[in-house]
Ligand binder design. Structure first.
Ligand SMILES: Cc1ncc(COP(=O)(O)O)c(C=O)c1O
Length: 466
């Protein structure tokens, strides 16, 4: 018989509710042939969202570069089915820029021409003149395997001592809690004000900082997720300024998780880079091809931008050098993810037919998401005691369930909801929540017909259960 093996207790202790017992039970039900609606994770294409055609056509040519000449010839011969010039030109330019194509290792920080494109994208997004003191620097950008890769690099590098703390919103996306656990640091939770739409005041941030400091914890950074996960809420500028003020006064770096920056549904959104400006506050910001209207989760593309990289004590290096060193141990981010980041920050040339179709697809995806969110919110109003705070952003709704029957938890609620309706959600405790409250998170991604089918069942279940 095997003697068993001892594993790293920090790995054992990591928790990731998004893929925890509720989805595991859902997998069993699916195997029994029962209807399952997986709203536990922001994975749009798993729920039928179609990929943006331009992206996939370019990726296809990148992998099969001989097709570039073939498509050009077909076009020249007048074949209507041939790919658009924009697609062919983009693929050819990207292969040219890469020099080594899709199959070779790249620089550890990722292809330089893509990092340059990311820097231009950031400057244009934040209305900054490229090359100015506030401009983005391609040497301060790392392409990563999804935003997750970048977040892990930053936390691994920052947590140098068991008493090092990271200030994390509660509720939070469990990548942060799990990684802090694995790195052996302390998660210091701060609670945005749910009833004020998850806004932040000075007290929300300073109270936990003071308490942690009294416990001997050295807080090094604050994580802000905007728009939020699991709350979906958009931070207002005043809340962002509070974060910057607190970071300045307490000497914290800001980790700005901005992967949902396209999921703002017509509302104003600002990047932390634009709020910080040229103040010397270290900033690590993350973006991804997984979300927005792209939804290319499986391709694992993202970037990490570093600003005001602090020098590293006892060396002549700065934080940026350390992050590149970490990336070099992984050799390089996957190339298709990198190429998708390029497409995310560029897109087809304006005015072309390809561009017209691209815009149509983009608007359809975002409009549909917004309409689905407001439809689901409408059903919440029919549920006794349920309230959903904050403006709609990201891909999630995080309703507060109100009082549950004696002895029941939001985990019990989500399990019962799953058994009754096939709806897979994540209970609030999986993200952390204010004591005494109960929530669940639902990704508003299923097709309309499925929402229309399942929501009345949920309303009936809820009103019966509570
Ligand atoms: C807030 C947040 N950050 C990061 C990620 C990870 O994204 P990626 O697929 O780019 O690793 C997610 C995924 O759901 C997320 O919600």
């Amino acid at each position: 018989m095997s003697q068993g093996i001892k594993v790293n207790s920090r790995v054992l202790d990591m928790e990731y509710a998004v893929r925890g017992p509720i989805p595991q039970r859902a997998a069993e039900m699916a195997a029994e042939g029962r209807r399952i609606i997986p709203c536990n994770i922001g994975n749009p294409q798993a729920l039928g969202q179609q990929p943006i055609r331009f992206y996939r056509q370019v990726l296809g040519l990148l992998e099969d570069s001989a097709a570039i000449t073939r498509e050009r010839n077909l076009r020249a011969a007048g074949f209507k089915e041939a790919l658009g010039n924009d697609v062919i030109d983009m693929a050819a330019a990207m292969l040219d820029g890469s020099r080594t194509g899709t199959g070779a290792y790249t620089e550890s920080a990722g292809f330089r021409f893509i990092r340059e494109a990311v820097a231009r994208f950031i400057d244009s997004r934040d209305s900054v003149v490229s090359g100015s003191t506030n401009g983005s620097d391609p040497d301060s950008i790392l392409l990563t395997d999804g935003a997750s890769g970048g977040a892990v690099y930053v936390l691994e590098a920052l947590i140098s001592d068991p008493q090092d703390g990271i200030l994390v919103p509660i509720p939070q996306y469990p990548l942060y809690s799990a990684t802090i656990t694995r790195c052996g640091g302390v998660l210091v939770g701060y609670h945005p004000d749910e009833e004020a739409g998850w806004a932040l005041g000075r007290d929300n941030l300073e109270r936990p900082l003071k308490a942690a400091t009294e416990d001997g914890v050295k807080v090094k950074a604050i994580v802000v997720i905007n728009p939020g996960n699991p709350t979906g809420a958009l931070l207002d500028r005043q809340s962002m300024r509070e974060v910057v003020d607190v970071a300045r006064e307490w000497g914290l770096a800001i980790i700005a998780d901005e992967v949902y920056q396209e999921n703002t549904y017509g509302q104003e959104w600002s990047s932390f880079a634009s709020i910080i400006g040229d103040e010397p506050i270290p900033l690590f910001s993350l973006h991804s091809v997984s979300k927005g209207f792209y939804g290319e989760c499986g391709h694992r593309g993202g970037y990490l931008e570093v600003r005001h990289a602090p020098p590293v004590v006892g060396t002549n290096l700065d934080m940026r050098d350390i992050l590149v060193k970490q990336a070099s141990v992984n050799l390089c981010p996957n190339t298709m993810g990198q190429f998708l980041v390029h497409l995310m920050v560029t897109g087809p040339a304006e005015g072309s037919e390809t561009h017209r179709i691209f815009l149509e697809e983009k608007v359809r995806v975002l409009d549909d998401l917004q309409a689905k969110a407001s439809m689901i919110r409408g059903y919440f109003e029919q549920m006794t005691g349920v309230e959903c705070f904050g403006r709609t952003g990201a891909m999630y709704l995080f309703p507060r369930l109100g009082p549950l029957p004696e002895g029941q938890t939001d985990f019990d609620y989500c399990m019962a909801l799953l058994e009754k309706t096939g709806l897979v959600t994540v209970n609030g405790a999986g993200f952390g929540q204010a004591p005494g409250t109960h929530h669940l998170r639902m990704a508003f991604l299923p097709p309309f017909e499925l929402i229309e089918e399942v929501m009345p069942e949920w309303v009936a279940f809820h009103n019966g259960w509570v």
